[in-house]
Design a protein around this ligand. Structure first.
Ligand code: 8ID
Ligand code: ZN
Length: 354
């Protein structure tokens, strides 16, 4: 294949300050460093983490400013750095850019394949420009191989939402036939969590708000739906359905109150997995009950390369589908507005050509 012409400039969404204007403008196409590849990003999912970042919900997280957000990019390799071997990446390969753009690969956690716990992570759309642009760079080791026949328009959400919930379900320790509650089930992460859980043989209780979301998650495979806007006592309802409480709870909502409730609806020896990251939030654990009921509470943060490959494989085999709506890159601001108002269902994906 002849090498594609790489333009000097490209379209991107850039903000100069948090909460500042989301500018749709021309910026320079970055050059890959020796260990990086340059990906011509065709589509990018919009994760709630992008909205949190723009709103400065996590002031402790350092940001590059001006910044291009986004970390669910799918595209085609346009150039490879000097140290990248052809066995690793070639121009024309399909590649994904996920949240972890670079890890140190030498610390204790990286050495054990636990890169999400590396203390020196460079995150796409945080400390380096992300995927709301037409061309982005990523460390060759952290770039994700995508099968040649994959649908680039719908695979993007796997690269954060999919990896995260797949890893989260593994972290829960729930076994086939056991009950898992997905709280925030109709969102970008939740809609994939329901499907991965089913594919892993788990029984799913989905929690979210409204009849439309109820129908949506049941179509994805949830056995039961609880409407948090209507149900008076969610813990009681879950104990009734499961005869003693869920084996695990996956918290993928952005509600602190919902996350707090999950401690009450797991059964003895159950596991609460924390994934959603509402601003300034805490979970309060009653010590006596947590000890005597032997409840585990675990944080789960994206996944490593192996989790990524497995999550992509489930998608490639058609076991999970990304429920998406595609809009142009220039429309990010309206997507953020809908997300902020709690009006999105599933995932929005940006087409970088528009
Ligand atoms: O690695 C990680 N830990 C990681 C990775 C990716 C994303 C964490 N996240 C975080 C995001 O930063 C965000 O805080 O996960 C959270 C969910 O991201 P998302 O799925 O991209 O957000 P969304 O599409 O807006 O979905 C949120 C859902 O929660 C529901 C909403 O209706 C929506 O469907 N929800 C709300 I808000 N309150 C609820 C409640 N009380 C609720 N569902 C149940 N009960
Ligand atoms: Zn994300």
């Amino acid at each position: 294949m002849s090498a594609p012409t790489i333009p000097e400039t490209q379209k991107a969404i850039v903000f100069e300050t948090c909460n500042g204007p989301l500018l749709y403008k021309d910026i320079a196409v970055p050059k890959p460093q020796a260990n990086e590849i340059l990906v011509n990003i065709k589509y990018s999912g919009v994760c709630h983490s992008d909205l949190h970042t723009w709103k400065n919900d996590w002031p402790a997280v350092p940001l590059k400013l001006p910044l291009v957000c986004g970390h669910e990019g799918a595209g085609v390799v346009a150039a490879v750095g000097a140290n990248v071997s052809p066995d690793q990446w070639k121009v024309g390969d399909l590649a994904g850019i996920k949240l972890i753009n670079k890890a140190c690969l030498s610390c204790e956690n990286c050495q054990q394949g636990e890169e999400p716990a590396c203390g020196k992570l460079i995150l796409s759309g945080f400390q380096t420009d992300g995927t709301f642009q037409q061309y982005g760079t990523v460390d060759a080791f952290q770039a994700t191989k995508l099968p040649a026949d994959i649908d680039l328009s719908s695979v993007g959400p796997i690269l954060c939402a999919g990896i995260t919930v797949y890893k989260g379900l593994k972290t829960s320790g729930a076994k086939p036939g056991q009950w898992v509650v997905i709280s925030g089930a109709a969102g970008g992460l939740g809609s994939l969590a329901v499907q991965y859980a089913r594919a892993l043989g788990l029984r799913v209780i989905a929690i979210d708000g409204g009849d439309e979301r109820g129908d949506f998650v049941k179509n994805l495979g949830a056995e039961e739906f609880i409407d948090f806007r209507k149900c008076q006592d969610i813990a009681k309802e879950i104990h009734r359905i499961t005869d003693g409480g869920a084996h695990a709870a996956l918290n993928v909502s952005t509600s602190e109150a919902a996350i707090q409730q999950s401690v009450d609806f797991v059964r003895n020896r159950g596991t609460v997995v924390l994934i959603g990251l509402p601003a300034d939030s805490k979970v309060c654990l009653p010590i006596l009950e947590t000890v005597c009921r032997q409840i585990s509470v675990k944080g789960s943060y994206v996944g490593n390369n192996w989790d990524t490959n497995e999550a992509i494989d489930f998608f490639a085999r058609g076991l999970v589908k990304c429920p998406i709506k595609i809009v142009g890159l220039s429309e990010l601001e309206s997507v953020f507005k809908l997300m902020e108002e709690g009006k999105t269902i599933g995932r929005y994906v940006l087409d970088t050509s528009k």
